[in-house]
Design a protein around this ligand. Structure first.
Ligand code: DCP
Ligand code: MG
Length: 432
């Protein structure tokens, strides 16, 4: 009898209740990866609105140049249909009374650092994915923080109190789903996608939200009669691998919610690159060079920002049929100078025959070397001048924002001296 009593008691204790079932379910989740993705809401414009309370509640757009595009739009501006990457001229038509600001990159970077520090303080493994977003692998943090939602709420609260800004957080079993989740309920959102819920989220996901599915790929799929995730899933993976190779297999994996990529913590970058898919496939070398110049400017600035110099410049070209080539050039000395990066990339392009129109062009700098002191052996006036030009450019871009980049491109190509550059800049700012 005693035995059975004990048995009864044990049974009683173990009898599943709804909450203990939830707990066991939650505990099982510990064995599944838990990935968190955090993305700041309307980042650049929100920083402006926090710094200048007069801007709160108003449509704000970052970008002023009539030849440029908007880099960010506040949620108030989005109500008028304004989005990032939209030409400023169009944005002004949609909402003439919006406040158009030049942007302050240095300030956004400063706030970004604050945000990333908070995430790194609380999460074990963090990968910064851009200026305003990061992934964290928070598998196994349940004992410390309880369910992942608690950790997400704490991150949101600490970021809000330190910066005055809101962010949106997604929690899911992999990076791809976590990013979908953070975007699901913006702004100030918190969305969790459990494995069991993934199919429902994916059903409603526009194909363009899958990384790598850009305008051209979407059009290609449309021609195949595929416009939704269920359309992708209606054909087996083998079909996709056969029809589109790696791209097809990747597409099918993502449509199933599969992504095995790891969160790679912020190790020292090994390279810096930039690439652009062109509006239209082209053989126009002048246009391609112009892209290289924009990329060299971006990479040079990035390198100078992180204090790195690279010895190898790489050119990447993707052609109309998606075939791709890369060509590299090793320089005599490591560089972070925009003009040197541009010159190397331009030479690589000049040496290439273009058998078919170019779809995408990119530049990369790698093979970083630590060179703190310029060798005095070769007094190099050109290099000094280029460096001075870059410093001035960096200051201008910090001050006037990325909207001024279009002017900067022309300036850097044409300017021989810093004075030239500044006078061009002033002319442009004065609308001449
Ligand atoms: N950005 C840019 N050019 C683009 C897109 C974005 O300069 N074409 C900058 C401005 C954004 C910041 O990067 O504020 C972050 O980009 P997001 O895509 O995360 O956009 P937001 O943070 O502005 O808005 P959301 O709330 O949708 O994340
Ligand atoms: Mg954002």
């Amino acid at each position: 009898m005693r035995h059975s009593r004990k048995y009864d008691l044990t049974l009683g204790r173990a009898a599943p209740t709804i909450s203990s079932m939830d707990e066991s379910f939650e505990a099982v989740q510990d064995f599944i990866r838990v990935i968190l993705h955090l993305d700041m809401d309307a980042f650049f414009t929100s920083v402006e609105q926090v710094d200048d309370p007069l801007l709160q509640g108003k449509p704000v757009v970052i970008g002023q140049s009539l030849r440029g595009v908007a880099s960010a739009a506040s949620y108030e501006a989005r109500k008028y249909g304004i989005k990032s990457a939209m030409p400023i001229v169009q944005a002004k038509k949609l909402c003439p009374h919006a406040v158009f600001l030049p942007g302050r990159m240095a300030r956004y970077r400063e706030v970004s650092r604050q945000v990333m520090d908070i995430i790194r303080d609380l999460c074990p493994l963090v990968e910064q994915a851009s200026v305003d977003e990061a992934y964290a692998d928070i598998s196994g943090t349940r004992r410390l923080f309880g369910p992942p939602e608690n950790l997400a709420l704490r991150l949101k609260a600490e970021i809000l109190s330190a910066t005055g800004l809101t962010c949106s957080v997604g929690i899911a079993p992999n990076k791809f789903l976590a990013k979908i989740a953070s975007d699901w309920n913006k702004p100030d959102g918190l969305t969790r996608i459990r494995p069991i819920d993934a199919p429902a989220f994916l059903q409603a996901l526009p194909l363009g939200k899958i990384p790598g599915v850009g305008t051209h790929f979407k059009e290609e799929l449309r021609r195949m009669g595929v416009t939704t995730v269920p359309d992708v899933l209606a054909r087996p993976k083998a079909y996709w691998a056969e029809a589109l190779g790696k791209r097809g297999a990747f597409l099918h994996d993502r449509a199933c919610g599969i992504d095995d990529s790891s969160v790679v913590p912020g190790t020292d970058p090994k390279s810096c690159s930039a690439e652009n898919t062109l509006d239209k496939d082209t053989l126009d070398r002048a246009l391609l060079e112009r892209q290289l110049l924009i990329q060299a400017e971006r990479i040079g600035r990035e390198l100078r920002g992180i204090g790195k110099k690279g010895l190898t410049v790489t050119l990447k070209i993707k052609f109309h049929d998606f075939s791709a080539i890369t060509r590299s050039k090793t320089l005599h000395r490591p560089t972070d100078i925009t003009k040197e990066i541009f010159d190397a990339a331009r030479k690589l392009l000049a040496a290439e025959k273009l058998p078919q129109p170019v779809r995408l062009i990119g530049t990369g700098v790698s093979n970083f070397r630590l060179v703190q002191v310029e060798l005095p052996l070769m007094p190099d006036a050109t290099r000094k001048r280029s460096r001075k030009l870059d410093e001035t450019m960096d200051r201008i871009l910090d001050k006037f924002g990325s909207g001024s980049i279009a002017r900067a491109e022309t300036a850097i190509r044409d300017a021989d001296t810093v004075e030239d550059l500044l006078s061009q800049k002033n002319r442009t700012l004065n609308g001449q």
